[in-house]
Design a protein around this ligand. Structure first.
Ligand code: GDP
Length: 440
């Protein structure tokens, strides 16, 4: 996410990060570079210019050059301003209606249907809501089918009326259906066109007027940069929407839309889409995004994702097993599966401060655990619980069965052995012995 922009900003801020003396001249030079980085990221020139002007003004106001750590202070000013530009505070969706009606708008292909599913899934699992999805695309029967597929995937009911070509009537009937069946959130997926046109705008405006939704969300493909911003403006003029959903951030290396959309339409970004899977949805936190853009990682989100996967009961069982020396390969497999649920590897690494930059040129397999899982799957149940019985003929068999080599099997066994010892040590005499080992 935003690799190019992060790279350029990192280079621009290099001097300020303590690699040389800071003077008025190089502060000005740095801000010029920051502006260039923003413009290259497809941020509107005027916004980029205002951005650096504000940072400069604040730097002068706070007498940065005379401060104890001028570099750090400047980086902080850039970060704060970036946060502000992206909306400052996190913006929630309004779920107070009975039911709450959420209307989706946007161009075709922006990711509306996918996001409708993601949002339903998010509200169901995180906010214990009972959502209903309503298919209002009367032009493409395939779009209705697609919403049904999504609904099945996440176990959320989909209301549709194939053959009816009046989206207002379908939306109204959908809401009535929700009321009658105890759904407290209705998500209405509407038709999109390939470009903004009058017919489309009139249609969505009519739906909007007829159902007066609690939330109107505008979905846009982040990779389209300035086009995304212009489309947002066109939709906002007609709908006066409540929030923006930026999709496909996983493929966006520039970040121009994320940075400038708020200041152009004055509406917050509420969620982001970071992949095709139903779980690839995140609440948009401007400050965390600024951290990520500046290569400072996003530890808070990383911890949150870990917490979401954390199961207290499982953890307790695991602790017992470790204490009794019974931690086996099946437990290891479970751990791997939990990590995988947290997201793809590249995304997770990007959240570790500094790591994203360090590892950006490395080819990180989305499925980094593929070989390990294959090896464990090729073991018998007995081998998984008692790895010590794995002799050389068993190793050969496991290697062949998993499509790996005996060396790879050996390597995993060794790592597993070390890990088990380490876990045992942390459990028992605690960290003290570990610290001693580490020479502390
Ligand atoms: P709609 O026409 O606006 O309903 O768009 P769709 O929901 O059909 O999405 C269009 C394409 O974009 C599909 O292939 C989706 O899988 C893909 N897509 C949607 N959201 C994301 C995302 O956050 N990341 C990625 N990589 N692909 C996405």
């Amino acid at each position: 996410m935003f690799d190019n922009l992060s790279d350029k900003l990192d280079k621009a801020l290099h001097i300020l990060k303590g690699h040389g003396q800071i003077t008025e001249v190089n502060v000005a030079e740095t801000l010029k570079e920051v502006r260039r980085a923003l413009v290259d990221a497809d941020v509107n020139y005027k916004i980029a210019k205002e951005f650096t002007a504000t940072v400069k003004e604040k730097a002068l106001g706070q007498n940065v050059l005379k401060s104890l750590k001028p570099g750090q202070l400047m980086v902080k000013l850039v970060k704060d301003e970036l946060t502000e530009l992206m909306g400052g505070e996190v913006a929630e969706v309004d779920l107070s209606g009975k039911p709450s009606v959420i209307l989706m708008s946007g161009l075709q292909g922006s990711g509306k249907t996918t996001f409708s599913g993601k949002l339903a899934n998010f509200l169901k699992t995180k906010k214990t809501k009972k959502p209903l999805l309503v298919a209002c695309d009367v032009y493409r029967p395939a779009a209705i089918d697609q919403l049904h597929v999504v609904g099945d995937q996440i176990n959320v009911e989909v209301f549709s009326d194939k053959g009816n070509n009046d989206p207002v009537a379908i939306a109204t009937a959908g809401i009535a259906h929700a009321k009658a069946n105890g759904h407290n959130v209705v998500i209405i997926d509407t038709a999109g066109r390939l470009a903004v046109d009058e017919v489309m705008m009139t249609e969505i405006a009519n739906i909007h007027e007829a159902i007066t939704p609690n939330e109107t969300l505008f979905v846009v493909d982040s990779m389209t940069g300035q086009d995304a911003v212009n489309t947002a403006k066109a939709f906002n003029d007609v709908l006066n929407f409540d929030g923006v959903i930026l999709t496909k951030l996983d493929g966006d290396t520039r970040g121009g839309a994320a940075i400038s959309i708020k200041s152009v339409v004055n509406k917050p970004i509420k969620f982001i889409g970071t992949g095709e899977k139903m779980e690839a949805i995140d609440v948009f936190y401007p400050s965390r995004m600024a951290d990520r853009i500046l290569g400072m990682g996003d530890v808070v989100s990383l911890v949150e994702r870990a917490q979401e996967q954390f199961d207290e009961e499982e953890a307790r069982k695991l602790q017992k097993k470790i204490a009794k020396n019974q931690f086996g390969f099946d437990d290891f497999l479970k751990q791997i599966q939990q990590i995988k649920k947290m997201g793809n590897m590249k995304d997770l690494i990007g959240m570790i401060p500094g790591a994203g930059k360090m590892m950006k040129n490395m080819d990180i397999d989305d499925d980094a655990f593929k070989h390990i899982e294959a090896i464990i799957h090729s073991m018998t149940l007995e081998e998984r619980t008692k790895p010590q019985i794995i002799n050389s003929s068993r190793k050969k068999r496991i290697g062949a069965g998993s499509g790996t080599s005996v060396q790879q099997v050996n390597q995993l066994l060794k790592q597993f052995d070390q890990m088990s010892k380490m876990m045992k040590m942390m459990q028992g005499g605690g960290g003290k012995r570990m610290m001693q080992m580490m020479g502390k």
